[in-house]
Write a protein that binds this ligand. Structure first.
Ligand code: SF4
Length: 312
């Protein structure tokens, strides 16, 4: 049976230690970007779950430059990890949504900081024009780089509900263009979207598992108070996943993903003061140990039920 240190799934922590020989810590940075799904270019509403901070509540202070933010974030994390190596993670809003020269300046500033061993960028597939892909390709030649794309679901009905603002073809095209440049792609998925059956959620997972991407991030749908999803939920309450349902679903998800896919996250990370529901998600350790226990009970592991299929 496959094992990734003490886990039955291929964690980012395992992958980082294998690659760099030590623990790697992510520093969340704010590059001062906005998002075309919020500034009116596509829409002025944003994704329905997007918070005031552009889904980056834990990022650095955008009034400071990148070098200062890196120093501040290191300091913030120093009680837990006094020393270490770091990935500079441009997390909130759309981190490729600026002229390419500006992007280059920001990324290179981050990469030149002490003890930074790589770069991670969260963005949208419709914000990756050829000149940006070329820049990222050049950076990836000499640096550790991954790019995160928020797919959330493969189903058009749900994509419309969450106001994602791009279609599946756009996502597939961006993924292909990034892979052509040997850039690692990480896909964000939301489990528990209203109106989606468990089978439909697993269909999205199978689709992503057959795309040849490097990593996935699994998010539990949670309701944050500063979002339109919260307003919708108050007017139209819909069932949320229970902890046991979620743990089962994550285990089913891990089983059908290829063992090579790096799992960056298996649960959400909403700010406590903003979280409306489900409250059980605040106890992350219980969720994580529930997943470990359930995989052990099943005697299964990531990839145990993976089947290669065509995505077309
Ligand atoms: S793409 Fe990201 S930043 Fe833009 S609206 Fe959606 S969640 Fe918010």
């Amino acid at each position: 049976m496959l094992r990734w240190n003490d886990k039955r799934y291929h964690t980012l922590d395992y992958e980082m230690k294998k690659t760099f020989g030590q623990k790697i810590i992510k520093l969340s940075l704010d590059g001062g970007f906005t998002c075309p799904n919020r500034d009116g270019q596509i829409s002025d509403k944003g994704c329905i779950f997007c918070s005031e901070m552009g889904t980056g509540e834990f990022a650095g202070n955008r009034n400071c430059d990148i070098t200062q933010q890196i120093a501040q974030q290191k300091q913030l994390l120093s009680t837990k990890w006094p020393t270490g190596k770091y990935i500079a993670y441009f997390q909130n809003f759309t981190n490729t949504y600026a002229p390419v020269d500006k992007l280059k300046e920001l990324y290179l500033e981050a990469l030149s900081a002490t003890d930074i061993v790589g770069l991670a960028l969260a963005t949208r597939p419709d914000c990756l024009p050829p000149e940006v892909i070329d820049l990222l390709g050049k950076i990836a030649e000499n640096n550790y780089l991954w790019v995160e794309l928020g797919l959330q679901t493969r189903h058009e009905r749900s994509a419309n509900f969450i106001r994602r603002g791009y279609n599946l073809e756009c996502f597939i095209d961006a993924t292909d263009r990034l892979k052509e440049k040997n850039i690692k792609v990480v896909v964000h998925l939301i489990l528990g979207l209203p109106g989606e059956s468990i089978d439909e959620m697993l269909e999205t997972v199978r689709f992503v598992g057959n795309l040849g991407v490097w990593g996935v991030k699994l998010h539990l749908l949670h309701i944050l108070k500063d979002t339109d999803l919260y307003k919708y939920y108050r007017l139209n309450p819909f069932p949320l996943l229970s902890r046991d349902q979620y743990i089962n679903l994550v285990c089913n998800t891990l089983e059908i993903l290829p063992s090579s896919v790096v799992v960056h996250r298996v649960t959400g990370d909403g700010a406590k003061h903003l979280l409306e529901a489900p409250k059980w998600s605040l106890d992350k350790l219980r969720v994580l140990s529930g997943i470990d226990k359930e995989l052990a009970r099943r005697d299964s592991y990531q990839g145990s039920r993976y089947q290669k299929t065509s995505i077309k």
